[in-house]
Design a protein around this ligand. Structure first.
Ligand SMILES: [Zn+2]
Length: 375
């Protein structure tokens, strides 16, 4: 019999691994989780999309008939940022109910919660539909680990997905899609004293930006997700003040809702900006994630969350994007919710922390979702 693990203690163990992305280097952390799960009876596979960038899949159950329930989380974290931390980012310092560290909220606590629940239930899962735990590397930069697993068809099957990202234990039914573009304008350089013989790429870009401000998405709004958005995030152009610039570029962040295809969006921006000679290239593509709140399993998750959030949850989507979209594609489109112990406003912040009480609640909640699935 494997002793029950404490999810708070496991979160602290995971915080001790520096998995800041870049460079990520998730291998040691993935192997710790893999060996614990293996010891508990899980079949564990490791998959590396690059050297040291290790994701793992752990499965238990018989795998015929009903598909297993999937829980997923990423082990990489974002960098510490420029500001000084008052708490050690890797030591798992605590203060009252708070557990501090990079990744405490986003999202080593979420992984610890479902891994502890999964280990505790393991002895009862051998002849049930079971579980599949997908623990990924490289989420923070373009969901690289999840994309690798989905593209190589390594995932197998799952009947539903819980993405244990920080939601304060509130179940969200998805998030917008994310499509980033790089837009370039080209011109002809000349001496700054004779602009009339050159062709100014920055002036063209100003017109591009003006047109982007007037862009209308093909879908104006979604009843749960709200409106799609477009933001010009960076701009570069020109080398010196006394020359006509022959190149300028911007990057644009769009967040999309159901009904907007990213490939189509790219073409539509390209044709809008063609009169300025602008070249449009998509640089990041994360699909949206959405499940109808009326879906039967989602409704049962809402029911299970009610005691933790104080009232029956109303359908909402979360502002950040997740691995869930690529995993849903890889699993052939099962329903998915985003639900985890972290505090969403603390993700990526200086002195990131997670409530230890919430970690305990998540473990309880995940255990009940895992049990219900086996019926
Ligand atoms: Zn995250």
């Amino acid at each position: 019999m494997i002793p029950a693990r404490d999810p708070r203690a496991l979160t602290r163990e995971l915080l001790a691994f520096n998995t800041i992305n870049p460079p990520g280097m998730e291998r040691a952390c993935a192997h710790l989780l893999g060996s614990m799960l293996q010891e508990a009876g899980y079949r564990v596979e490791y998959h590396e999309f690059a050297e040291g960038r290790t994701s793992l899949i752990a499965r238990i159950g018989q795998g015929d008939g009903k598909a297993p329930l999937c829980f997923t989380g990423h082990i990489d974290t974002v960098p510490l940022g420029a500001a000084h931390w008052r708490h050690d980012a890797f030591a798992g310092e605590t203060d009252g109910d708070r557990l501090y560290g990079r990744g405490s909220t986003d999202m080593k606590s979420g992984i610890a919660a479902f891994v502890c629940a999964a280990i505790e239930l393991a002895p009862h899962l051998a002849s049930t539909p079971g579980l599949v735990l997908v623990i990924t590397a490289g989420e923070e930069i373009g969901c690289e680990g999840a994309k690798f697993l989905a593209d190589r068809k390594l995932l197998g099957s799952a009947g539903a997905i819980v993405v244990a990202e920080p939601t304060d234990n509130y179940p969200y039914v998805g998030h917008k899609g994310l499509a980033w573009f790089e837009i370039e304008t080209a011109g002809v350089t000349a001496h700054g004293s004779m602009p009339e013989v050159g062709d100014n790429a920055i002036v063209k870009m100003a017109r591009v930006i003006d047109d982007l401000g007037k862009y209308r998405f093909p879908v104006e709004s979604h009843p749960v997700m709200g409106k799609p958005t477009l933001n010009v995030g960076t701009i570069r152009g020109g080398l010196n003040t006394n020359s006509v610039p022959d190149r300028a570029s911007i990057t644009v962040d769009t967040r999309t809702v159901p009904g907007i295809e990213h490939a189509h969006l790219c073409k539509s921006l390209a044709s809008l900006l063609a009169p300025h000679g602008a070249h449009v290239r998509q640089i990041v593509d994360t699909p949206l994630l959405y499940t109808e709140p009326e879906q039967e399993w989602v409704a049962s998750v809402f029911e299970a969350c009610t005691p933790y959030v104080g009232a029956r949850p109303t359908p909402k989507t979360i502002t950040f994007s997740t691995d869930g979209a690529d995993l849903k594609r890889g699993f052939g489109g099962p329903p998915a919710v985003i639900l985890g112990p972290g505090e969403p406003t603390l993700a990526h912040q200086t002195d990131e922390w997670c409530s230890m009480n919430r970690i305990g609640q998540s473990t309880e909640l995940f255990r009940s979702l895992m049990r219900d699935w086996q019926r």
